[in-house]
Design a protein around this ligand. Structure first.
Ligand SMILES: C[S@@+](CC[C@H](N)C(=O)[O-])C[C@H]1O[C@@H](n2cnc3c(N)ncnc32)[C@H](O)[C@@H]1O
Length: 239
């Protein structure tokens, strides 16, 4: 079933996602690292392949996804329909902006012990400025991170997956002479970390995404270099 969903999405959006590649990313960088989590929140859940897979692997988990489904940000009505048709009773999707979800639920006693935000923050705060320097909405970002902290349990973990500003794909676009992705709107892991710390989150780790084919090369130095080459990184935080 998951293969089928991935195949349809690839066809519709011209992507090349494979199930083994997806599972590798989930196990190595994503929420499969925290299998004991009971209440899990996905901010900007989008197509929700991660919720679909994880909610089937961990049937004791309670999964909440939040997303307004903004087509220009990558996911539209069809992604929403497909997601709600593919999930079971342990998944609830709120078609809302995270800011609205948080203000509705800020006094709720039901907290989350894992929060996942992948490829979403730079859509909420879309700018070519450096978010931790001269960006006018810097305080809004800190505020969002503080509000997320408030709905987290004392042992909660937060995973942020983001696209990087400088990477091989960007240089390749420059060489080809046309842009498919606007890397000016992405930020460095250091910028997000700066603001996360200001909001009170503690940083456990940060990792560059290393494709499965190159994972055998991994070591401290290789990983440092990969921060300048890879198009994605992951930040791991705790309360
Ligand atoms: C590029 S998609 C990422 C989807 C998915 N998390 C992934 O990793 O593939 C970005 C998503 O962020 C959502 N989004 C944009 N603004 C948002 C907001 N204020 N609150 C929650 N989600 C938002 C968009 O609708 C879109 O589905």
């Amino acid at each position: 079933m998951i293969n089928n969903i991935i195949h349809k999405r690839n066809q519709r959006k011209g992507l090349f996602v494979s199930l083994p590649g997806f599972l590798y990313t989930q196990a190595k960088y994503g929420e499969l690292r925290y299998q004991s989590a009971k209440r899990i929140l996905y901010i900007g859940v989008g197509h929700g392949l991660d919720v679909i897979v994880n909610s089937k692997l961990n049937t004791d988990g309670i999964y909440i996804g939040v997303d307004p489904y903004i087509a220009t940000d990558g996911n539209d009505d069809l992604d929403y329909e497909q997601l709600i048709q593919s999930t079971g009773e342990n998944v609830t999707i709120h078609r809302l902006k995270i800011e609205d979800y948080l203000s509705k639920h800020k006094n709720s006693s039901e907290k989350f012990d894992l929060i996942v935000i992948t490829d979403c923050l730079h859509h909420i705060f879309w700018t070519s400025k450096f978010i931790d320097r001269n960006y006018s909405k810097k305080d809004k970002i800190i505020n969002l991170f503080k509000n997320i902290l408030e709905i987290a349990t004392p042992d909660a973990k937060l995973i942020i997956g983001e696209a990087s500003r400088y990477n091989l794909r960007r240089y390749w676009q420059l060489l080809k002479g046309f842009k498919t992705v606007d890397y000016y709107s992405k930020q460095s892991h250091k910028a997000w970390i700066n603001l996360l710390k200001k909001a009170g989150w503690k940083i456990d780790d940060v990792k560059p995404y290393i494709p499965i084919k190159f994972s055998f090369l991994e070591n401290k130095i290789f990983n440092k270099i990969m921060f300048f080459l890879t198009h994605e990184y992951y930040i791991y935080c705790r309360k």
